[in-house]
Design a protein around this ligand. Structure first.
Ligand SMILES: NC(=O)c1ccc[n+]([C@@H]2O[C@H](COP(=O)([O-])OP(=O)(O)OC[C@H]3O[C@@H](n4cnc5c(N)ncnc54)[C@H](O)[C@@H]3O)[C@@H](O)[C@H]2O)c1
Length: 350
């Protein structure tokens, strides 16, 4: 099986590649990424990309059919994105160009070149607000941010491209957590663990009431494996599906207490003056359970907390880690401020 993974040099990509290499040792794996975060490796370790057969460096906005003419891909996995709300707010136009327009153009190219399965990393953030009602795939969408809107727009475009020959699976992932060679500390569980370790306290930036479903990067990789091999008879030629587990829905303050409990009774402070975070959603994962019964999440919240904790303890993490390069927006802003990329998030070639 020949698989093209776009956006493989980020947080999820390296974990996915390791997983796919184990599941399908004979697969021909190709990465494509413009490498914004390539140097953000957690430790001196083997470069994750050595597990690939080939790595392309390029912007998904510029990808041409040449890539598809050179190799005959069976599966395309589209992870490349401006991948969170703060980055989407700062770089709104590129967010739509990369997350939506490029995704549509790549899907058309893929279909025209005989790709049979297209997997798109969507997000439960499309549900946006109102944590009281549990959201299933038919629920009304209420995106609160440019990032969430870009994911919905992509799903709509992909729906129009899918057919009997071209299966599209949009995995509406819960909020990611867990360990990766390119860790991110701008994710709620990882942030709480880092905070507990270096500051010996967890400061919740919101009032702690929002609901968030969580999923470990290892379980995201298993979901992507399932989607790569999904046939139209299992869910239709186009499928947008929540990917996670019902028991991973948790309120942010309860997550903080869980991290505190796992790491030995760390103080938790709630910012009771914070205005309510409207991004709150509790999600129903029963369709995923039904269609992907052999690919259900295996990592508990405790597993993820302890794995992140053990790994972060081995590095010299700055107390000010919220200003560090483990925060994607901080890192991108640094690239812009140092004139390495422009405001459209294109590398500046000297
Ligand atoms: N992390 C989460 O909580 C989460 C949850 C739901 C969905 N997702 C989605 O999963 C995907 C992967 O997430 P991640 O956490 O690994 O994100 P990430 O930001 O760590 O990685 C994204 C990768 O895309 C690449 N990229 C961005 N713009 C590009 C461009 N113009 N051309 C080529 N490459 C480009 C970046 O260099 C980076 O390597 C994203 O689509 C994200 O929206 C993530």
């Amino acid at each position: 099986m020949n698989i093209l993974i776009l956006g493989n040099l980020g947080y999820i990509g390296p974990v996915l590649i390791t997983h796919l290499r184990k599941s399908w040792p004979e697969a021909y794996l190709v990465g494509y990424d413009n490498a914004y975060f390539a140097s953000c490796l957690l430790m001196d370790e083997v470069l994750p990309e050595v597990k690939l057969d080939k790595q392309y460096y390029g912007d998904v906005r510029d990808i041409t059919t040449v890539v598809f003419e050179k190799e005959k891909f069976d599966v395309v996995i589209q992870l490349a994105a401006i991948s969170n709300d703060p980055m989407g707010k700062t770089f709104e136009a590129p967010t739509f160009e990369i997350n939506t327009s490029a995704t549509e153009a790549i899907a058309v190219m893929a279909k025209n070149h005989g790709v049979r399965s297209f997997v798109f990393a969507s997000s439960c953030s499309v549900y946006g607000m109102d944590g009281k009602k549990i959201k299933n795939e038919s629920s009304e969408l209420a995106p609160q941010t440019a990032y969430a809107k870009s994911k919905i727009d992509s799903e709509i475009k992909l729906n129009a491209i899918a057919d009997d020959t071209f299966t599209v699976t949009c995995l509406r992932f819960a909020t990611a957590c867990g360990i990766s060679p390119r860790i991110r500390l701008d994710l709620v569980l990882n942030d709480f663990v880092a905070s507990a370790l270096v500051n010996k306290r967890i400061d919740i930036l919101s009032d702690g009431t929002p609901w968030r479903p969580l999923i470990d990067v290892k379980d995201m990789s298993r979901a992507i494996e399932w989607a790569s091999n999904r046939e139209a008879k299992n869910g239709g030629s186009f499928l947008a599906i929540n990917a996670g587990a019902d028991e991973s829905n948790i309120q942010v303050r309860d997550l903080a207490y869980k991290v505190s409990e796992e790491l030995g009774g760390i103080d938790v402070s709630v910012n009771s003056d914070a205005s309510p975070d409207t991004r709150s959603y509790k999600v129903d994962f029963s369709l995923f359970k039904e269609l992907a019964s052999d690919y259900q999440p295996l990592m508990s919240l405790s597993d993820s907390i302890n794995e992140v904790g053990e790994r972060l303890m081995k590095i010299d993490l700055d107390k000010d880690f919220r200003k560090s390069s483990w925060m994607r927006l901080v890192y991108l802003n640094n690239l812009v401020n140092n004139s390495l990329i422009d405001s459209h998030l294109r590398w500046i070639v000297y």
